[in-house]
Design a protein around this ligand. Structure first.
Ligand code: GAR
Length: 203
């Protein structure tokens, strides 16, 4: 069976990209490879991680141009991994139900426009939430509000700073995202006639 082709969209350090690369190499993601990495920022360390792994890596800012590259590389699904831009209509339409995101909170809490990266952890601590975590979801036109595919929780400890909480959440992201992507590829991408809802009900 032909392996499915994934593109990963990044903006920063790319530790989730690193976890996804390891998951492909280690067999957690068995039936897909990462064919392309696109960054919204030229200075993202994620680009260096991709190059080190031998994956084509480009900085592209416009969604029309991104879509063109996704087509050229025959990409089957798109993974957002610390991607700090909002994906717009051309890509959303072309890849309906085939764009996943990881968000550093337990959605629907602490999500939506303006809630990304360290900002999320700051707000969780300010709100005095006892628990936080991360969420993998399908990307739709409503920011951070698409169908949830999986979550992992961590405690918020007394004395936590946004940085210490971020480290704890990131550890879980690196386990959750590859696991959900592996299941998504096997159960949804490999069965073209399967609807998203029937795949989700098997989780
Ligand atoms: C991760 O915590 C990810 O969940 C978050 O940014 C960080 C990126 O880390 N993404 C968002 O906030 C998107 N709304 P990484 O570049 O090391 O993977």
């Amino acid at each position: 069976m032909n392996k499915k082709k994934l593109a990963v969209l990044v903006s920063g350090s790319g530790s989730n990209l690193g976890a996804l690369i390891q998951a492909v190499n280690g067999g957690v993601i068995k039936n897909a490879g990462i064919s392309l990495v696109i960054s919204s920022r030229q200075d993202a360390y994620a680009l260096i991680r991709a190059e080190k792994a031998g994956i084509p890596a480009l900085c592209i800012r416009q969604d029309e141009h991104i879509l063109e590259k996704l087509g050229k590389f025959e990409i089957d699904a798109v993974l957002l991994a610390g991607y700090m831009k909002i994906v717009t209509a051309p890509i959303l339409e072309a890849y309906k139900d085939r764009i996943l995101n990881i968000h550093p909170s337990l959605l629907p809490e602490f999500g939506g426009k303006g809630m990304y990266g360290m900002r999320v952890h700051e707000e969780v601590i300010k709100a005095g939430a006892p628990v936080s975590g991360c969420t993998v979801h399908i990307v739709t036109e409503n920011v951070d509000a698409g169908p949830i595919l999986g979550q992992a929780t961590v405690p918020v400890l007394p004395g936590d700073t946004p940085d210490s909480l971020a480290v704890r959440v990131l550890k879980e992201e690196h386990i959750l995202y590859p696991r959900i992507v592996g299941e998504f590829v096997d159960s949804f991408l490999l069965n073209n006639d399967q609807t998203l809802s029937s795949w989700k009900s098997r989780l």
